[in-house]
Design a protein around this ligand. Structure first.
Ligand code: PRP
Ligand code: URA
Length: 214
């Protein structure tokens, strides 16, 4: 079984419902997505490794912790940009890399048009968090996960708002031999199914178009 978590929180349900509502206009759509990105980030970051350090308070020495993981966020352009706010605000030192993919309208296959990623000589404690609000056929996510695995990256998280069961099944089929702790998926909902054009039902429509007003 693929390792996926449905993030369950009253505020997640509240803001997700706002995104689904077709009467929600761009400003509220963007604000609700920002809020969701904080809720998701807080959940996803709860698995980060820490290391012990000692700091000096104004009064005396004190043991504390600092984040040990090197985190790279990888939003899938365009719609993945909508999930950045919470993830970068809560961990400002994070590296933000980008992959540009679009779905061919006929085949629904992902086409890559951009990729920028830093060079890591030492990949110990490296975690890459892929951000994409929609996992529909799963093609874009699978392409990105494979791309990272081919680069030797082992610890991969995928964060989405909505998944179609078809997408989850495709990811499951492709990566069923990957250790559960190395590939984790976080989502707010697994919806009913895809329509004939590859849109998630009930979904929220085209995430990129609604976020950017195109
Ligand atoms: C959307 C979405 C995902 C992809 C999901 O991107 O943001 O990246 O579709 O579909 P899949 O699981 O079937 O691959 P889109 O191609 O519409 O590009 P955009 O973000 O630039 O609008
Ligand atoms: N991409 C979207 O933006 N929405 C869908 O429902 C499917 C893919």
């Amino acid at each position: 079984m693929v390792n996926y978590t449905i993030v369950d929180h009253p505020l997640v349900s509240h803001y997700l419902t706002a995104l689904r509502n077709k009467n929600t206009l761009k400003p509220e759509f963007k604000e609700s997505l920002d809020k969701l990105s904080f809720l998701l980030a807080s959940h996803v970051y709860s698995t980060l490794k820490t290391e012990d350090i000692t700091v000096q308070t104004p009064l005396k020495k004190c043991k504390g912790k600092t984040i040990k993981h090197k985190v790279v966020l990888l939003p899938i352009l365009r719609a993945g940009l909508g999930l950045l706010q919470g993830f970068t605000s809560l961990l400002p030192g994070v590296t933000v890399s980008h992959i540009g993919l679009y779905r061919d309208e006929e085949s629904l296959r992902p086409i890559k048009y951009y990729f920028k990623f830093p060079e890591f000589k030492n990949k110990d404690n490296l975690k890459v968090i892929i951000l994409d609000p929609m996992v529909a056929t799963g093609g874009s996510s699978i392409f990105t996960i494979e791309y990272l695995m081919n680069m030797g990256i082992k610890d991969i998280n995928l964060v989405s708002l909505l998944c179609a069961p078809e997408g989850i099944n495709a990811i499951e089929k492709r990566f069923n031999n990957v250790q559960k702790k190395l590939l984790k998926i976080y989502t707010c909902s697994v919806d009913e199914k895809l329509n004939e054009k590859g849109y998630i039902l009930p979904g929220l429509g085209d995430a990129g178009d609604r976020l950017f007003g195109t």
